[in-house]
Design a protein around this ligand. Structure first.
Ligand SMILES: Cc1cc2nc3c(=O)[nH]c(=O)nc-3n(C[C@H](O)[C@H](O)[C@H](O)COP(=O)(O)OP(=O)(O)OC[C@H]3O[C@@H](n4cnc5c(N)ncnc54)[C@H](O)[C@@H]3O)c2cc1C
Length: 440
């Protein structure tokens, strides 16, 4: 279908619970639409905290079909804009709370992985936000200052400190902990299996077409071959919010890219960090990043993004080819051995961005008992799991949900995206990618 993400990620296909198509009239206490990390985490935490609740999960395709199964698996603390910008926009107290919430989200995923005993190649470690460019150095300095002012423990690494971890000539880095790398598709599928074990019902190949407030109890969901009536609904559809015309502000689908290689030579693998090596992201937003795989290969992502809406399939494919070619060119510059390493996988996926870089987690305006989760951008692995658990608590009316999420809200800022504005927006995203390539 036009505009769908392309290529197969490098993750092995994991076992999934049975998911018949939804036919006829179905009821549930809670329906979760979207079987990515957010939706499945919500279903899992609901089932765990309220055994006996009748929960249905519906997906347009199958669990892990969206960004959750197509990510690159860097688990690290990050929420919303870079810390210095967060301080300027939201004030120091909120920015600090955001960062701490994202750190907690990472810890919770590590805990979930050990509770579920997920075979997902989990490697707890460090995440370096590093740079080789003057622009990145300036961005890093601003972030380091913000960390200091907020009292966050984010050490600055000199080139020597970086070389102890990765043999690439970066000029400076911030060391983020806790962090890890993992196979995001395996985690998503393991969550689906854990939900099924707790009695959650799955419906696959059942796209939500429309949502109505419902005349009886709760919302009515219209699907191609039936209807679903539920007391409460969670729309964990991430980048599909716009296609469904959900009134959650502007949540813009962006296509992003990744490649994976065959195993590197043992020398190159060790030099790039080895088994305990950190994931390395760039201080310049959207710049390429990499991590090593347990099997000896390397995954790289980033570098550019596209606004897929309104692009015909051939143009979209041409953009993908260019993005993958640039990523390959970039990774070959990391180490001479990589010049000869085969790229085995090239793929893309859809993330969901908001105008202020913050997610949307909250009740959908105009509908009672309907929540939306999405808009984490390219940093949603840990946050999506946290959001699912948070919404589960809210639906169950848990007496002490703790502090509300800093981005608990029903709408992102609205951006005028239609008519002549869309090409302008596309040009803006392209120009940003071009600028990134010049400095990185
Ligand atoms: C290439 C790539 C690399 C990434 N790398 C990282 C990374 O290293 N670290 C990180 O933190 N984050 C990363 N991300 C982002 C992260 O994967 C996402 O933020 C996160 O997985 C979002 O989870 P989700 O459950 O909200 O959405 P999704 O996983 O997108 O799930 C949404 C689900 O909704 C379903 N759906 C959509 N429309 C409908 C409908 N009408 N009816 C029914 N179901 C529907 C979809 O089929 C999908 O299964 C990456 C993303 C991509 C694409």
């Amino acid at each position: 279908m036009t505009g769908q993400p392309a290529g197969t990620p490098c993750w092995e296909r994991a076992e999934l619970p049975p998911q018949p198509q939804l036919h006829g009239v179905v009821t549930a206490d809670v329906v979760v639409v979207g079987a990515g990390l957010a939706g499945l985490s919500c279903a899992y935490h609901l089932a765990e905290r309220a055994p006996g609740l009748d929960i249905a999960v519906v997906d347009a395709q199958h669990p892990a079909a969206g960004a959750s199964g197509r990510g690159t698996g860097l688990l690290g603390p990050r929420a919303g804009p870079a810390l210095d910008r967060a301080v300027r926009r939201f004030g120091a107290a909120t920015a600090g709370r955001m960062h701490r919430a994202s750190r907690q989200a990472v810890r919770d995923v590590l805990d979930l992985c050990s509770r579920l005993a997920v075979p997902c190649g989990l490697r707890p470690g460090e995440q370096l936000m590093a740079t080789r460019s003057p622009a990145g150095l300036a961005a890093l300095a601003r972030q380091a200052r913000a960390c200091r002012e907020l009292g966050l423990d984010v050490p600055v690494l000199t080139p020597a400190g970086i070389r102890e971890r990765v043999g690439v000539s970066y000029r400076a880095a911030l060391l983020h902990r806790p962090a890890a790398t993992l196979d995001p598709a395996a985690l998503t599928c393991a969550l689906a299996r854990a939900c099924a074990d707790k009695g959650v019902r799955f419906y696959g190949r059942s796209p939500l077409l429309a949502l109505r407030p419902g005349d009886l109890v709760g919302p009515e969901l219209v699907l191609p071959h039936g209807r679903l009536y539920a007391g409460q609904a969670v729309l964990a559809v991430n980048s599909a919010a716009q296609a469904l015309e959900l009134p959650v502000g502007t949540v813009l689908p962006l296509e992003v890219y990744a490649v994976a290689t065959a195993p590197l030579s043992p020398a190159a693998y060790e030099l790039l960090g080895g088994r305990a090596g950190p994931a390395v992201v760039d201080a310049v937003p959207l710049a390429p990043y990499f991590r090593l795989l347990p099997d000896g290969g390397l995954v790289a992502g980033g570098g550019t993004a596209s606004v897929p809406a309104g692009l015909a399939a051939p143009r979209l494919q041409a953009r993908r080819e260019r993005a993958w070619a640039r990523l390959e060119h970039w990774l070959r510059g990391l180490h001479p051995d990589l010049a000869r390493t085969r790229v085995t996988h090239r793929w893309s996926g859809r993330i969901a961005m908001t105008g202020d870089d913050l997610p949307v987690v909250g009740p959908v305006p105009g509908y009672s008992d309907v929540w939306y989760i999405g808009g984490c951008g390219g940093h949603g692995l840990a946050l999506s799991v946290a959001h699912g658990a948070y919404v589960a608590g809210a639906l169950l009316g848990e007496p002490d949900p703790g502090e509300p999420l800093p981005w608990h809200r029903s709408r992102a800022p609205r951006l005028p995206l239609y008519g002549p504005v869309r090409p302008l927006l596309r040009a803006g995203v392209d120009a940003h990618g071009w600028a990134v390539r010049r400095v990185c």
